[in-house]
Design a protein around this ligand. Structure first.
Ligand code: AR6
Length: 171
């Protein structure tokens, strides 16, 4: 079984095969973690993203990491929270699953996730953490090259939620 870890910090400094971006459907950059990743990766990243023709909510696409220490960026598009009855949890789960599928397709061994949708997109943090952990743990039951998953929490709320849930062994 792969290792699942929680760290508090900035995802742009993670030395892994891929960091996941909480992007929007244009894939052309934005605020939050998306802005931080584009600043750290350099202008080559938006040039590569322009070739991808956007990305649907719940899906993900991969580029190189350019000037980042991470080799690749997987751009996942989380749902905007609209009260919870608009398929938000399935779409959020799909972001984590599609990112892990892409990592597996590319033979990657380590991947770091931010807390997708829990910033500008307003997804309640506790519910998002459960979806993220459950989806990752279920994916890791299958055959995959991925041996290390890191949840990178930027804020203390998310860090505490993930630490508690993983200590209890569940999402
Ligand atoms: N490293 C790790 N996590 C971070 C960082 C960082 N450097 N900066 C922020 N976070 P958000 P969303 C955390 O708003 O809710 C963009 O404009 C943050 O604390 O970045 O999915 C996109 O272009 C929060 O827990 O993404 C989209 O338009 C988490 O990252 C929109 O925001 C996600 O917050 C996506 O919104």
């Amino acid at each position: 079984m792969a290792q699942v870890e929680v760290v508090r910090g900035d995802i742009t400094s993670q030395v892994v095969d891929a960091i996941v971006n909480a992007a929007n459907t244009s894939l052309l950059g934005g605020g939050g973690v998306d802005g931080a990743i584009h600043r750290a990766a350099g202008p080559e990243l938006v040039m590569a993203c322009r070739q991808l023709n956007g990305c649907a909510t719940g899906d993900a696409k991969i580029t190189s990491g350019f000037r980042l220490p991470a080799k690749h960026v997987i751009h996942a598009v989380g749902p905007v929270w609209r009260g919870g009855r608009h398929g938000e949890s399935d779409l959020l789960a799909s972001c984590y699953k599609r990112s892990l599928e892409l990592a597996t397709d590319h033979g990657l061994t380590s991947i770091a996730f931010p807390n997708i949708s829990t910033g500008i997109y307003g997804y309640p943090k506790a519910e998002a953490a459960r979806v993220a952990i459950r989806t990752v743990q279920s994916f890791l039951q299958a055959q995959t090259s991925v041996g290390q998953v890191i949840f990178v929490c930027f804020d203390s709320d998310n860090y505490e939620l993930y630490t508690d849930l993983l200590t209890q062994g569940l999402g």
